[in-house]
Each structure stands twice: as structure tokens, then as C-alpha cells.
Write a new protein. Sequence first.
Lengths: 323, 324
Amino acid sequence: MSLLEINDLHVEFRLDAGTVKPVNGVSLSVEAGQTLAVVGESGSGKTATALSILRLHPTPPCHYTGGEILAGGRDLLRLPEREMRRIRGNEIAMVFQDPMTSLNPLKTVGAQIAESLRLHQGLSRSEARAQAVEALREVGIPHPEQRAGEYPHQFSGGMRQRVMIAIALACRPKILIADEPTTALDVTVQAQIMELLAALQERFGMAIVLITHDLGVVARSADQVLVMYGGRPVELAAVDDVFDGPRMPYTKALLRSMPRSDVPGGAPLDPIPGSPPNLFAPPGGCAFHPRCALAMPECATQVPPLLERAPGHSAACLLEGSP
Amino acid sequence: MAEPLLSLRHVRKEFSSKVVAVDDVSFDVHPGETLGLVGESGCGKTTLTRLILRLVEASGGEIWFDGRELLGLRQKELLAVREDMQVVLQDPYASLNPRMRVGEIVAEPLVTHGRVRRRSAAARERVAELLDAVGLEAGSQDRFPHEFSGGQRQRIGIARALALEPKLVICDEPVSALDVSIQAQIINLMKRLQAERGLTYLFVSHDLSIMRQIATRVAVMNLGRIVELAGTETLFTAPRHPYTHSLLSAAPVADPKVERTRRRIVLKGDPPSPADPPSGCSFHTRCPAARAECSATRPPLAPQESPGHTAACLFPVSDVAALT
């Protein structure tokens, strides 16, 4: 049974410079113990989708113009803000990309972990403090009793990201949203954090929505993959199907264009021409058609629907046929 | 083999007398090759490029470029050398002046070195050639950087670096700020320009997949030192230093089947601080194969089996299984 289900989500930012639609018709679902990776380049709508789950976009300018986000039998888009606050950091938690700017520099890390425990679980000050030390221990921070009393600047980048994970997991959320959790980290530290997340997921059985631009990270940790391009979902399938048999030309081109560390150099790479679309002036039809080697005239006018092309494998491309 | 274009000998840089950012670094870069410099944040790779460009003054050692020793040169002599040595920077948003038009940006090195006059017809003509070489329209001259995407801005930065027809181009993470689909465009462009113009690159990156695609040889840096140097294929297929093994093992590969089956080294603990480096081998605190001697003796770069392969390890490792 899925813990989180998004159906046909539409989000708009109404800005002075014009209206931007970063999320158009995203649907996904994640089950307990599973990881869904949302992959895309800058401006693809992946982070906008992630922030929508916890309704973290400020309104205005953001408007949730359609669809539903179902978790625990409720539609999060229709909950009053007061109830939403009970869910954030409790049932659904989030880890952000940059641990330096998402931690409060003026509070000890112990106090920052204790904050959500006191708020959501009604623990006393001393109980919350003891729990915070346990939370630091769980994420592999040495000497947690001492470290709980220290400030974020006293931690390395990798240790700060462990603190972020400790805060996120303190209330044992059912769903964890991780937005580029290792992008700011060095590669050896990234490997440590990914191992940690996998171990904690196995232990607590949470569902993870992993937002990333890195196909290597996807290959290592995802069960399901949603590929986004220009604010739309373009392919959704099990991780092996996406890498072995991609159906959307964008996914195919992206996999071909990637420099790989396990393939000898020498031959020229196979880049995708052009640039990702400008969301203020998105191309008509399929957002990828100006860069697509296989584009047909109708691709410029018709938006291809995301349809199931094989069991469990959806793709949005007119070449795959329309209904 | 021809004389190296760039030679570093025992180059050292201390900041505020405590932090040794670059420690006894020696290597050669040969004409027409790409020497890759790979390492994690804080390893000293960017400082090293600044020492070569003399944007930061070295604390010791020698840097020979095209037959001249750079560290002893006066500012005026340095200006002449810099015509042959240009740089492409990481952030194409921060490295182009937002108030200058693209034509002025690309012409600036030519004007500075007295090759053309500002806003002259000759300058426009030369800039048009350069923009064409990097795949931008000549009409781009009259536009401002903000009108371009990240990949296009990096092309502008490359055109500027090529304006003086340098021998050496130092590239500091030139594709790291770009989207995946754009990285391949820029790498192909840089390889093509190298072949057409006989350029030599010193290419700094933390990204091993990019390194394998562009470098002729790769030097691995850790805490201010070169710990391994080899031809690219040797480094990727037969590394000897446990740190190199760890980097290769940590970098995820875009193939779920490979990821499920590969042996992975997961290091314990944090990278040490450059302000408080460990004794002996700088990697011994995290090394899965460290022995007692490793904390006492600092290993020098020593030759390995294949020619040109050196590694700074007392107990070099061939089989990654020994580390997992």
C-alpha cells in the first residue's frame, strides 16, 4: 500500500514577470520501505514537486491549482495550515541540500533535534534532550552526548548532513523527502550518507522521495524513478527499466550524454543539443521537442500524455502512440 | 618526449603559517596533453591553479613554464607570460562581468595585451571568429551575459580564454555548474578546440566521470599532496593508492546492475582538517588498510609497475577487495 500518493498535481507561481508553471500533472506513489527518485535538470520541476508535498511554497506567489496529495487518508492540499504543521517534521520530514543554510547557527544541534520532539511528541525538556542524543547516535555521530551541546559551525559538512537527517528522523516519519541530500558533499562523504540513509530506511521502513539530478545516485538507491522535464513528468518506471529500456527520447538522450567513470574515454560524448527550456516561455507541445532528434511536426503542438506503455512503465511521447 | 610545457618542483603554499594548502607538489604537463587534477574539497587543487597563475604567491618551490621560472618574475614580465597561460573558471555566472557586453568581455584580453583597440573593427572581427569557434553566433557580441544560459556563458568564458591563443589553459571545474545534458557539449567543445589548436590543459575537477572522458593523465590530490599520478586508463583500471580506490568506489555509476554488485569501500570518519593534518600519510586516519607505520612515515611518490605511474603509499593495494 502506498504511503504517499500524488495525483495530477498542478502548481503555479504567479510572479510580476509572469506566471510560471513548474509542476504540470505530476502523479506518483511511494510504498513503505521504497525509494522513488525524482530526476531532472534545473528548472525541471523536481524541487517544486518536493516542496509541494509539505506545502512549503509561500502563497502568494504559489498556488496549488489542481490535483491531490494523499497521505494517511487525507488530502494534504486541503488541510488547514494548523493541521499541516502537525504533519511537517512528524509524519513527513524533509532533508535539504545545504546543511549549512538549513540549520540554525544560533542553536545547539541538540536543541534543534529536541525542538520537533517537544512540539510533536510532547516530550519534556529532559526527555527530548536524551532522545536528541540517541538520534545523533543513530546517525553515526561519535560522542553524541558532547556533540549535542555544540553548534552547527563546529561540525563538518558530512556531519551537518547527519544532523539534518537526525532532525528529520527524530519523530520517526513514515515519509522522508530528501532534496539533493548529498549534492553539496564530497564523493567519499556522499557514499557514507547514502549508506546511512539506506540503513535507516531498512530499520524504520520509511518511504523516501529522493530528489536528484545525479543518475549515479539514482542507480545506487532508487526502486522507482520519475523523470521530469520542463515541469512535466515524462517517464515513470522501475529503476532497471529506466536504465535498460528508457522509452522517452529525453531519458534516452540523457543516459547517452552522461560522462561515465566506468567507461574508457576517447570517443566524443553524445550531448543533447540546445538548453533546458525557460519556464517563463516554455515551448508548445512536448517541452523536449526543440532538442529531440526524433521530433515530428505534431510534437510542437500536442502535449503527449504520460501513459502506461508496458506494465509499470509509463512514458510521455507521441512516438509511443497516443490513446 | 618533448620538453614539458609546465613543470612544478616542490611547490608549497602555507596560509597564515599553519594551513599547508599545497605541500611539496611536483609534476610536469606536456604539450598537447590534458593533465587532470582530481580531489575533494579542501585538497588544495584550486590553490594550486592560483599558484601557477600567480594570483596567489607560493611559499616555496619552482614553477617552470615554457622555459621560464615564474615565481621569480616581476609583474611586468609576468604579464607577457600570461598571454600564453589563460584560465576558464567554474561559475559562468560569477566569472563574466554582467555590465559588459559579450564582445567587450571576449576582446578584453586582446585590448589588455595591446593586440587590438577597444571597440575597433579588428576587435569585432576577432571576437566574431572566437565566438564562431565556440559555437555562438557573431550577433552575440552586442548582448549581455544574462541573456545566455549557463552552457552558453561557459562558451563565452572559453572564447575569452582562447583570445590570446594561449599555449596552456587552466580549467578549474569548468563543467561542474552545468546541467548534465550540457556538460557533454562543453567537454566535446574543449576536446575539439584542443585538437584544432594544439592546446594544453590543466583540468581540475572533483568529478571522476568527467576526468576519465577528458584527461590524458590524472593526478590525485589529498590534503595538499599528490598521492597518485598515472595515465588515465591505468588510474581508473589499476590504481594503487587506497585513497584513489576509495574515490573510485564512492563515485556512483549510472547503472543499477553495476551498483548492486560492486564492492564498495565505505570510509569511516571525516576527512581531516587541513589546519590539523594527521602525521605520516595524510590518508591513514581513514584508510581501511592503514598499518602502524603509516602514522609515522610520510610516503613519497614511488614508481609503480606501469611506466609513468607513481603512488605515495607504503603498502600499495592492487585488489580493491583488500579494502572492503
